[in-house]
Design a protein around this ligand. Structure first.
Ligand SMILES: [Zn+2]
Length: 349
């Protein structure tokens, strides 16, 4: 027997424990052969409306991480949408198509809110592709988590995102055993990472401390994206730049960030000019272009790629002082999805 998360064969068998297997490598605990009859979720409903204020606080915490992942008309699939209260909050934030999987009787309530409610597990869905997969406190109920997470990967496009949350260990790091008979798995940060990694996901962010209920006061939340081979990463990167630089452009800023973030794709999209504020660089040749100063006669119709993370506010100031409109500036940080740093006077060399 191997660990369903990390595949280690070093398994501790604990006959006295409800979760009878523990992985010595990643700390995952699970029930290898559920003894009780499998729970028939179709017979259950209405189990998710406890304290209204706590419920809303939980939804607000989830929306904080979901909102930045939304874009117009995306296809969302929520695995375990319950009665649809999260769906209602997400759907209020813009145009999208929202599907949910719900095996319990809550599906009837969800059908009044979601565009579509599917009453079969994700492993039965084939040939569909979604942009965003959401799953809160569902994975720990599923016996074959390897098959489940593999199905999630096949339901996501290469540019898609997964947001999954499970109890952090037993629901609080100081508690060892989760007594909930519906929970067939107890995750650690290591086991959840290993499971997602082996299914072809790259973790973008993992956070803990998310409040699900008084019983599970600490939950692990992961945002992950499909792990792409190098050529697909480059294609995705070039697509972002093509979208942002949709007419002839100049690159302003030929320093370290240019070499890290621009040089890897620039052969696909040759610039019309290379500009730098530092006169010492003028005349340097890079990729067939000479670095020069801004020339309003030659460069006035070009978009300007601000090609520095560290000095973007300095470049923007210099560009604006040359009469370049703010709408003509495209920032490297925006294309890579990074915050724009303002360089403070104290940090200036
Ligand atoms: Zn393991």
């Amino acid at each position: 027997m191997n660990c369903p998360c990390c595949a280690s064969a070093e398994i501790l068998l604990r006959s006295a424990k409800r979760l009878s297997c523990a992985c010595a490598a990643c700390g995952h605990q699970w029930q290898s052969h559920p003894t009780a009859a499998p729970i028939d979720y179709r017979q259950l409903s209405g189990r998710n409306i406890p304290d209204a204020a706590a419920h809303q606080a939980k939804l607000d915490d989830r929306i904080t991480d979901i909102a930045p992942l939304l874009f117009p008309n995306l296809q969302v699939l929520e695995i375990g949408c319950a009665e649809g209260s999260l769906a209602a909050c997400v759907m209020a934030r813009g145009a999208m198509h929202y599907s949910g999987i719900e095996l319990s009787g809550d599906a009837l309530a969800a059908e009044k809110i979601l565009h579509r409610v599917i009453r079969e597990p994700a492993t039965k869905l084939h040939g569909e592709v979604f942009d965003l997969l959401l799953s809160f406190h569902v994975l720990e109920h599923i016996n074959d988590i390897t098959a489940e997470v593999s199905a999630w990967r096949s339901l996501l496009g290469d540019a898609g995102v997964l947001l999954v949350e499970v109890p952090n260990q037993a629901g609080h790091p100081l508690l060892s055993d989760d007594p909930n008979v519906e929970h067939l798995h107890q995750f650690t940060t290591s086991s959840l990472s290993a499971l997602l990694d082996r299914a072809g996901f790259a973790i973008e962010r993992m956070t803990c401390g998310h409040f699900e209920s008084a019983v599970y006061s600490d939950s692990l939340r992961v945002i992950a994206r499909p792990c792409l081979p190098p050529e697909s990463k480059r294609t995705a990167l070039v697509a972002r730049f093509r979208q942002a630089l949709n007419r002839p452009f100049a690159i302003w800023g030929i320093g370290g960030d240019y070499h890290s973030y621009v040089a890897p794709w620039i052969s696909e999209m040759p610039p019309s000019a290379l500009i730098d504020s530092n006169a010492a660089r003028h005349g340097e040749e890079i990729g067939g272009n000479l670095v020069e100063s801004y020339d309003p006669y030659q460069h006035k119709d070009l978009l300007i790629l601000v090609a520095s993370l560290r000095y973007s506010s300095d470049i923007a100031r210099d560009a604006k002082s040359c009469g370049i409109a703010a709408e003509s500036l495209v920032y490297l940080a925006d294309i890579y999805g990074l915050p724009r740093h303002k360089r403070s006077a104290e940090n200036a060399p």
